[in-house]
Design a protein around this ligand. Structure first.
Ligand SMILES: NC(=O)c1ccc[n+]([C@@H]2O[C@H](COP(=O)([O-])OP(=O)(O)OC[C@H]3O[C@@H](n4cnc5c(N)ncnc54)[C@H](O)[C@@H]3O)[C@@H](O)[C@H]2O)c1
Length: 345
């Protein structure tokens, strides 16, 4: 029997598409809404090739409340929402703060308003470890203080968490699970879907694989004089499929009322910090492919080191990020090779 219908905003994007696959594999019906500002509609073909099911798709902008009302009229059975739709480039958010505040906050506020009207039971929200800023100590638990955001993008995540909390504390009849992602990397092992931002990648791995295949000349590694074990920034790189699986558990938790809490917050990471250079080495070791890189000056706003304490998610959700980094690097490379084979990149 099919499970409930879930609306996935931003579902043709990187993390969204992997999550749609896991939702469909778990038996959920999925409606995607995406304005394709940072993704391509062909992603639906990849999802269908993996799962055998083509998700429902509505091309619309979540900031457009009229379009969103129309979507809920068409799919009145939506019981849960996963909200991935957002603009996410830190640097761009410094140049265009209003675009970020408008897109990320109006999207969320429209969804919260419609959830109340349409009897939706819960919303999973994509937050980020950026809320912790430069943490006082690592690994970071959910109790770590929220630091003043260093970019409008980061600020939208902090404000979004506050908006959700205020709306639910004011008595809204739904629940929320806020997931703070560390650094998602890799692709689906089938190489049918992966990370393919429109334009020049702002994230490390697509830039790295595009450099390795010759689309870009060299990868810039920003700063080698940080106060870390090898001088490079340290992050918690989490496999995107592991990350996607956590969303299915979060949805189930809300829809099946497995917790008495109306709002829950979880860190999603591996618990291991890897430096940017260690990640490049892992890629080269796993694939046998060399990555041309240069050391560039530090980039303003970059955090020196941050990695998760995922114990709370491990214990409460029964979830762990278990994919070895070498497998993740191989999946990222297989995806890049598939893009080349298809003449896309
Ligand atoms: N990738 C990361 O490193 C990372 C880390 C922490 C948090 N996040 C958050 O996770 C979420 C998903 O990130 P991603 O990496 O998959 O990004 P992505 O850009 O690949 O996916 C976002 C999708 O949302 C769509 N979108 C944007 N604004 C929209 C709007 N107004 N209406 C409809 N669709 C819209 C885009 O076209 C895109 O398909 C975002 O909220 C992001 O901030 C990402």
């Amino acid at each position: 029997m099919k499970k409930e219908m879930i609306l996935v905003t931003g579902g043709t994007g990187y993390i969204g598409s992997h999550t749609v696959v896991e939702l469909q594999n778990a038996g959920y019906q999925v409606v995607i809404v995406d304005n394709l500002s940072n993704s391509n509609v062909d992603v639906l073909d990849g999802i269908e090739r993996i799962t055998g099911t083509r998700p429902e798709f509505v091309e619309a902008d979540c900031t457009d409340i009229v379009a969103m009302r129309g979507l809920f009229d068409k799919y009145p059975d939506i019981k849960g929402i996963i909200n991935f739709a957002a603009s996410k480039a830190v640097g761009e958010s410094m140049q265009k703060p209003l675009l970020y505040y408008r897109n990320n906050l109006n999207t969320l506020m429209n969804l919260l308003e419609l959830m109340g009207e349409r009897g939706v039971k819960g919303i999973v929200f994509s937050s980020s470890c950026t809320v912790y800023g430069e943490p006082d100590c690592n690994p970071v638990t959910e109790e770590a203080p929220i630091k003043k955001a260093t970019s409008p993008y980061g600020n939208t995540k902090q404000i979004s968490e506050e908006i959700i909390t205020d709306v639910i504390n004011a008595g809204a009849p739904f629940k929320s699970v806020i997931l703070r992602y560390f650094n998602p990397v890799g692709a689906h092992p089938s190489a049918e879907i992966g990370e393919l931002p429109n334009g020049v990648p702002q994230n490390l791995i697509p830039y790295l694989t595009q450099t390795a295949i010759g689309v870009r000349k060299e990868l810039s590694v920003f700063g080698n004089d940080y106060n870390t074990r090898d001088g490079y920034c340290i992050r918690d790189f989490i496999d995107v499929v592991d990350l996607a699986r956590a969303h299915v558990i979060a949805v189930e938790r809300m829809l099946e009322d497995k917790s008495d809490e109306k709002i829950e917050i979880f860190n999603l990471g591996t618990g291991n910090g890897l430096s940017v250079m260690e990640l490049i080495e892992a890629f080269e070791r796993a694939t046998g492919v060399k990555v041309p890189y240069k050391i560039a000056p530090r980039r303003a706003g970059d955090i020196e080191q941050v990695w998760a304490d995922p114990k709370y998610a491990n214990e409460v959700l029964g979830w762990t990020a278990s994919t070895p980094i070498d497998d993740t690097m191989r999946s990222a490379w297989a995806w890049q090779l598939k893009l080349r084979e298809r003449g896309i990149m």
